[in-house]
Design a protein around this ligand. Structure first.
Ligand SMILES: N[C@@H](CCC(=O)N[C@@H](CS)C(=O)NCC(=O)O)C(=O)O
Length: 221
């Protein structure tokens, strides 16, 4: 199988993690802008977007669908139907923050882009609202996992990779200091980053890598 996405964590990192933890054979294919346009023109993208997972049964699109597929193979979905639905609820519930960020990508004027991104983290901003909601859900979770599961699930892979990647420096206007005061999220970061499979996956990542936000002590200072 081949997972195809741009050379950033973004909407593919959770699936990359799930694929890695599944033990299946797969290839991580980084796509540049020209290749993306060509794939689009050639009709290779079911919904005209990335990520996609090329499988021997055909092309699978939509990051959450790919994550569910890879997560199932990795044993990262609960057996109980209700709890599996709660995991799906969490994946879908994370939509607003991603959509809010999406509105900033096409803005060419850097000042305006930065202003808009910072506004997402103001008291009534979409990012603030989402982060408070995540904290509430984590506080209610019996084992500290995102969707209230007994074990780590794909909801955790998505929350951990998509949320903390915002603070990597890759998105101008968003800084690690914006996490200050979010003690529950920071404790959750520690829980995820030190989870043995996650820690092992990122064992070769250094602090100058775009994935530094997934390292155990990333936000200590
Ligand atoms: N709902 C889709 C959204 C995918 C999406 O927005 N992909 C972006 C990259 S993160 C993309 O392909 N953008 C290129 C474009 O729209 O031209 C998913 O979750 O996979």
């Amino acid at each position: 199988m081949r997972l195809m996405y741009f050379a950033v964590p973004g909407r593919a990192e959770a699936s990359r993690l799930a694929l890695a933890l599944s033990g299946m054979e797969w290839e991580d294919v980084e796509i540049d802008g020209n290749t993306f346009q060509k794939m689009r023109q050639d009709g290779l993208l079911p919904w005209d977007m990335l990520p996609v997972l090329e499988t021997d049964q055909g092309m699978l699109a939509e990051s959450s669908a790919i994550l569910r597929f890879a997560g199932e193979k990795a044993g990262l979905l609960p057996e109980d139907a209700f709890m599996r639905a709660k995991v799906n609820e969490f994946l879908d519930g994370m939509g607003p923050i991603a959509r809010a960020m999406d509105t900033t990508f096409g803005i060419e004027d850097a000042e305006e882009r930065i202003r808009l991104r910072k506004s997402l983290f103001e008291p009534n901003g979409a990012a603030t609202k989402a982060m408070k909601t995540y904290e509430e859900k984590l506080a209610q979770s019996p084992h500290g996992w995102a969707a209230g599961t007994e074990e780590m699930s794909i909801a955790d892979l998505k929350l951990f990779t998509e949320l903390f990647a915002f603070f990597s420096g890759n998105y101008d206007g968003i800084e690690p200091s914006m996490l200050e005061g979010y003690e529950i999220l920071l404790a959750y970061h520690h829980q995820m980053a030190t989870e043995p499979r996650i820690r092992h996956h990122y064992r070769d990542i250094t602090s100058d890598d775009i994935r530094w936000t997934f390292l155990p002590n990333a936000f200590d200072s």
